[in-house]
Write a protein that binds this ligand. Structure first.
Ligand SMILES: NC(=O)c1ccc[n+]([C@@H]2O[C@H](COP(=O)([O-])OP(=O)(O)OC[C@H]3O[C@@H](n4cnc5c(N)ncnc54)[C@H](OP(=O)(O)O)[C@@H]3O)[C@@H](O)[C@H]2O)c1
Length: 293
């Protein structure tokens, strides 16, 4: 039991958030609308979009999945975004990434009305996050933050090490946790592929957030006793014992770190389920004009 109690249950917390969304939805009288734009045939992207579609259906959101061929031009995609920007039934627009190489990702993300940017990737939302203003938070970092809050992790003043500096995970979670606000106020260090002696940072960390995409990178000897570990990584490794021939693991060596951690997320079942829950939350917030009027 002692072992189990230190495992952060992302499925349970994401269900709690979905229940909260359902309750608020019932009393609100709005029907949130989400446009999901999928370009090409990337199998992982197709699965992610299907999961989002399914969750919208479960909650009674209005959702449109707009599937476009790989060869769509940048201007074609921009016109599509303008259409949803001007559609009153749509409160959230999500562009499933990655986009084909011939399309400039930033041009596309910037074309989304920042008031409908429920993925939190528009520069206006990224900038407002940095300066501590109300904004749409990107869903995975927002989910990580919820896990820390709901497991009563003491964040203020804690030595927090973020591994990875992507625009979708590393940078935003670092920005969330350094804010001078309740449930934040951490001392944050961001490490990346050019960081020398990463172990010197991780060994001193009270909280580690690993988002680098390298299976089992954080080994047991890299962490101190009592550390809180949030593993964002989703990596496929060969597993001849499984039917699929692979299994999904995180960026943390779970078996080695579990005995030392005071709290740790498993993969799968940790951060993963939080992302869609936060997308649903953001879409409802958008429909209710909680972030922007
Ligand atoms: N919902 C979810 O659960 C969710 C959502 C998003 C992502 N993910 C997963 O999280 C992981 C990270 O995703 P991402 O999109 O943030 O990845 P990304 O864009 O590929 O960025 C990876 C980051 O890790 C750094 N890095 C790579 N190798 C490193 C090393 N050996 N030591 C230290 N830093 C290293 C890179 O440094 P440089 O900047 O120097 O290149 C980069 O900043 C992936 O496994 C992804 O599948 C999960």
């Amino acid at each position: 039991m002692e072992q189990l109690s230190k495992i952060i249950d992302g499925k349970e917390i994401s269900s709690q958030i979905i229940e909260e969304v359902k309750t608020e939805l019932k009393s609100s009288g709005v029907q949130p609308g989400l446009a999901l734009i999928l370009v090409g045939n990337n199998p992982a992207s197709e699965i992610y979009v299907k999961m989002k579609e399914k969750k919208c259906a479960e909650l009674g959101y209005y959702s449109v999945t707009d599937k476009q061929p790989e060869v769509i031009s940048e201007s074609g995609l921009l016109s599509l975004i303008h259409k949803y920007n001007n559609d009153g039934r749509i409160h959230g627009i999500l562009i499933q990434l990655p986009l084909p190489k011939h399309i400039n990702e930033m041009n596309i993300l910037e074309a989304v009305d920042y008031k409908k940017d429920v993925d939190g990737f528009h520069p206006v939302n990224a900038g407002r996050l940095m300066i501590g203003e109300k904004c749409f938070l990107p869903c995975t970092p927002a989910g990580i933050h919820e896990l820390l809050i709901r497991y009563n992790v003491n964040i203020a003043g804690k030595n927090t090490v973020v591994l990875g500096r992507s625009n979708i995970v590393g940078k935003p979670i670092a920005n969330i946790l350094i804010q001078k606000s309740r449930f934040a106020n951490a001392t944050v260090t961001v490490c990346h592929s050019s960081t020398e002696n990463i172990i010197e940072y991780t060994r001193r960390a009270d909280i580690i957030i690993a988002a680098i995409g390298k299976a089992g990178f954080v080994a047991g000897d890299m962490v101190k006793d009592g550390v809180v570990i949030i593993d964002v990584g989703i990596n496929r490794i060969e597993d001849k014992t499984s039917k699929k021939g692979y299994k999904v693991v995180g960026d943390v060596n779970y078996e080695e770190c579990l005995p030392k951690a005071s709290l740790i997320t498993p993969v799968p079942g940790g951060v993963g389920p939080m992302t869609i829950a936060m997308l649903m939350r953001n879409t409802l917030d958008s429909a209710l004009k909680k972030v922007y009027n």
